[in-house]
Design a binder for this molecule. Structure first.
Ligand code: ZN
Length: 463
């Protein structure tokens, strides 16, 4: 398996340091609803984790929550609510979005919050001061960029070029315009924590260094995020982490996803042209959104368009209906061999997670399953492969929207209503009437088993 690392600028053979792949992806700053740009990044890193697990790697995953930040404080002040309340509200909103998008959370994942990791953050800042990589000034603490000679290696920029760009936002307290803040002295009305340098709060970059160090150790296998985080955020993470531990590299493979564009502009809040995940989910299923995202290469920019999503929706529906099409052969006779498609899928994913090609192989498999079914060839095994790659690796739900000609939610309601009705009749000892309902359900493909714990509903056909 080969993956592209931003640090080397090329595809490298994937060789994790141990039997567990340690992954860190920068999380959200919860001050408003997450948008399609977030969906893209977290769907991609979800598929990467799913694929590694499919390849039998163990995965340890950490993703932070920046629940204290200028943006949170500003917005909370405007709304007249405590920053913690705002952050809590939008962390919950984000969690809902991720669940709706079928992003896997496992028991070994860690989602640490900045406000709950202050002792570790202070420890790292103090360590950097002790080693001469940082200095306190005016109640804040800054990182001394000159002390990290390879600063700029990730974004491939020279210090002089970066210094020129940063000069405009230099602060009086800093030794050098390039130095960045690790700990911010408190301002009136802001939340703060006690520290050796007075009351204050952590800067954004130090959070990720402290949390990855605490939960994943000195060296990570994969660090991910959007391309907009390469500079300065990830550049600063490298400088902090490697200066603190003395261990290089901090990260073996740096993976950065392309950004969502809308009408050619990067989708950022400052442009005001954004579509939230909740808005997109009102119109499109999670499967449609995932197919739309996975149809392009993760390192390429993705242009949001209704037409693109509409096409993705049709593609997702096609995969689902193909996966549940009846095999009229009863599994006898000639069968479609899906192995070549699976092989192509794996080859594509092994080549820097080329989901566009992988999903292409899946669409061809779907097309050929339908052709085979039309020709009276058995498709059941091929359908199994389509389902396992689509659901397990690409995280598609692939639910059919129809069950024996009726929409699934409606037929489920109908079945539940009939089961209730039958229970009432049984309680009233009207056995004949109750059995009529059982027969009616059987016609819908549903069988019932009465147990002391209640009635078990069995769908004979897969929904
Ligand atoms: Zn980060």
């Amino acid at each position: 398996m080969r993956i592209y690392s931003t640090l080397s600028g090329k595809k490298e053979e994937f060789a994790p340091q141990g039997d567990e792949v340690r992954i860190y992806v920068c999380g959200v700053t919860p001050y408003s609803d997450a948008h399609i740009g977030h969906a893209m990044s977290y769907v991609i890193f979800d598929v990467i984790r799913r694929y590694l697990r499919y390849k039998k790697y163990k995965v340890k995953y950490v993703q932070n929550v920046t629940d204290i930040d200028d943006k949170i404080i500003d917005r909370a002040n405007k709304l007249g609510i405590p920053p913690a309340e705002l952050a809590g509200k939008y962390t919950k909103s984000y969690d809902e979005d991720m669940e709706a998008l079928n992003i896997v959370r496992t028991e070994t994942d860690v989602y640490p919050k900045a406000t709950e990791e202050i002792p570790k953050i202070i420890e790292v800042v103090q360590g950097l001061i002790d080693k001469g990589h940082a200095y306190p000034a005016g109640g804040s603490v800054y990182f001394r960029v000159r002390s990290a000679p390879d600063y700029g290696k990730l974004s491939h920029r020279s210090l002089e070029a970066m210094r020129a760009a940063e000069c405009a936002i230099g602060s009086q307290e800093k030794e050098d315009a390039m130095d960045f803040v690790l700990w911010k002295a408190t301002k009136p009305g802001e939340p703060f924590w006690e520290s050796p340098w007075g009351q204050g709060r952590p800067g954004w970059h130090i959070e990720c260094s402290a949390m990855s160090l605490k939960y994943l150790g000195d060296t990570l296998d994969i660090h991910g995020g959007g391309q907009d985080l390469i500079f300065p955020h990830h550049e600063n993470e490298i400088a902090q982490s490697e200066s603190f531990t003395g261990v290089k590299p901090f990260v073996k493979y740096w993976l950065h996803n392309g950004l969502v564009q809308l009408g050619g502009d990067k989708m950022s809040k400052s442009l005001g042209n954004l579509i939230t995940i909740k808005q997109a989910l009102e119109k499109y299923s999670a499967d449609a959104i995932r197919v739309f995202i996975l149809n392009s290469h993760y390192r390429s920019p993705l242009t949001y368009s209704e037409e693109g999503l509409e096409a993705a929706k049709q593609g997702a529906d096609k995969l689902a209906s193909t996966a549940f099409r009846d095999d009229s052969t009863g599994g006898k006779g000639e069968a479609l061999d899906a192995e070549p498609y699976r092989k192509r899928f794996i080859e594509a994913m092994d080549d820097d997670f080329n989901t566009a090609q992988a999903i292409g192989a899946l669409f061809e498999l779907a097309r050929d399953i339908n052709r085979a079914a039309d020709a009276g060839v058995s498709i059941a095994k091929a359908q199994g492969i389509l389902l396992s790659l689509g659901q397990e690796v690409l995280g598609l739900k692939l639910e059919t929207t129809e069950f024996m000609g009726e929409p699934v939610p409606e037929i489920e309601q109908k079945v539940n209503r009939l089961v209730e009705e039958r229970l009432g009749l049984r309680n009233a000892k009207q056995w004949q009437e109750a059995d009529k309902i059982r027969a009616e359900l059987a016609e819908l493909g549903v069988t019932l088993e009465d147990t002391p714990e209640g009635t078990i509903i069995r769908w004979e056909r897969k929904r």
